[in-house]
Ligand binder design. Structure first.
Ligand code: HAM
Length: 421
């Protein structure tokens, strides 16, 4: 089996890194919990049709990035490129959208066949939240305030900017789209290749084109603000008011359109300059049309997803990772002698049962006293418990402080609780 490697853009998360992932996931869960969001777990594989219909046939994700294959029954299946479509599918299937408000969250791997680079992978991780049943801007505000709280808690909020826009109703967008295509047809020969390709299939995406010439052409293009419907304007204004009242600052960015088709009204992204090209760590918005599109009764919906890989890169770049998360052992048990070994397992269980639940690592595999002490030091434990045959006979243990200056001392087994308060 030698020489086998993980696939390009799909990374192992090694035990040296997993404390960081667990730390971040723990922080996010804590915040979601505080806002009353409940976890939902969906399958990683769904029918291809779900994403084609849900995410949009002419989006980059569906056109170019999906891992799609036929199963043994010749059914077309796809590794989920995102979580919203699957979450809506699950909610509809289990009747979660009937006359009730849902606040849900999920986490897990997503798959997109993109060109891998720093912050962009083919298997990446998202934590997402979706709400069903609330059409008013208060829930959009709640979702954003929640992410803001999280970013403050993680110590990254100073390096993130919230970009906010409204895409209006689908009718308003259709009118704008027509005017935009009419205008762009007139300057077709000056458009970049990507925008030209999008002109008829997904012209809104031209608005966030990276080409400078295209952006310059857009300066004289029809503006969405002249097409937007009154209701969407009111929704957006109220959202802005709510965010301001909550102390969340934002930039209104009329060119923010997002890459997935299901959005209506609010869209937002948290962006940073600290990560180079892949600077969006969280994106979301309202998608009132998706539930009916997937066969449900009209139900308003709104949500976001953050890229866990990118957030971790940001924590690293800003050096805001608490050092103690890497300590995975509190106490290391050094054992010398056959009688001692018999007693050591029992004693280890007693220590693990103490109210402070110490994390005790037992020296397994023998070794000289010196080599065991080396392992104890390397484990990161605060202290070592040393048990030889003599100590076992007397029901005592030596306690050695591995980090500080305190003297080694002998303690009766019954008194161990005092050092693990
Ligand atoms: P998205 O903008 O496609 O939205 O993805 C959300 C986040 O996932 C991005 O902001 C980014 O941080 C991360 N991400 C996306 N692609 C990659 C990649 N190839 N490598 C690493 N990170 C990546 C959605 O997926 C929507 N479902 C969000 C949503 C939920 N909207 C409403 N509800």
């Amino acid at each position: 089996m030698s020489g086998l490697q993980s696939l390009r853009g799909m990374n192992d998360i090694l035990p040296t890194d997993s404390p960081l992932w667990q730390y971040l996931e723990g922080q996010v869960k804590e915040v979601l919990d505080q806002y009353g969001y409940r976890e939902i777990r969906m399958p990683i594989v769904e029918s291809t049709e779900l994403f084609a219909r849900g995410v949009g046939e002419h989006t980059d994700v569906v056109e170019k990035e999906m891992y799609t294959f036929l199963d043994r029954n010749q059914e077309s299946l796809t590794l989920r490129p995102e979580g919203t479509a699957g979450c809506v599918r699950a909610a509809l299937q289990h009747g979660l959208t009937h006359n009730q408000v849902q606040r849900l969250w999920y986490q897990g791997p997503m798959f997109r066949y993109e060109r891998p680079q720093k912050g962009r992978y083919r298997q990446f991780f998202q934590i997402g939240a979706e709400t069903f049943g609330v059409g008013s801007p208060d829930i959009d505000a709640e979702l954003i305030i929640l992410t803001h709280r999280l970013f403050k808690k993680l110590g990254v909020s100073e390096s993130l900017t919230l970009h906010l826009n409204t895409l209006g109703s689908s009718e308003a967008r259709a009118r704008f789209r027509k005017a935009l295509v009419d205008y762009l047809e007139g300057v077709k020969d000056k458009l970049d290749e990507d925008s030209l390709r999008r002109l008829y299939v997904n012209p809104m995406r031209i608005l966030d084109s990276k080409s400078k010439t295209t952006q310059a052409l857009l300066d004289s293009a029809p503006q969405f603000k002249d097409f937007i419907d009154e209701e969407s304007v009111e929704h957006f204004d109220r959202l802005c008011e709510l965010l301001t009242a909550a102390g969340v600052t934002y930039v209104v960015n009329p060119r923010l359109v997002r890459g997935l088709d299901y959005y209506t009204k609010t869209v937002f992204e948290w962006m940073t300059d600290a990560l180079g090209a892949q600077g969006t760590v969280c994106g979301g918005g309202r998608y009132d049309g998706l539930i009916p599109l997937l066969g449900g009764k009209p139900t308003p919906a709104s949500g976001f997803a953050m890229g866990v890989d990118r957030l971790l890169l940001l924590l690293e770049a800003l050096e805001v990772i608490p050092a103690d998360i890497y300590n995975t052992v509190d106490v290391y048990m050094v054992v010398a002698g056959e009688q001692a070994e018999l007693a050591a397992f029992k004693l280890a269980e007693t220590v693990r049962s103490l109210p402070s639940k110490p994390r005790l690592q037992m020296n397994c595999g023998g070794g000289s006293f010196k080599s065991q002490m080396k392992k104890a030091d390397k484990s990161g434990a605060r202290c070592a418990l040393i048990l030889g045959d003599d100590e076992a006979a007397q029901k005592v243990v030596q306690v050695k402080d591995l980090r500080g200056e305190s003297e080694q001392k002998t303690l009766a087994w019954d008194d161990l609780a005092e050092i693990f308060a």
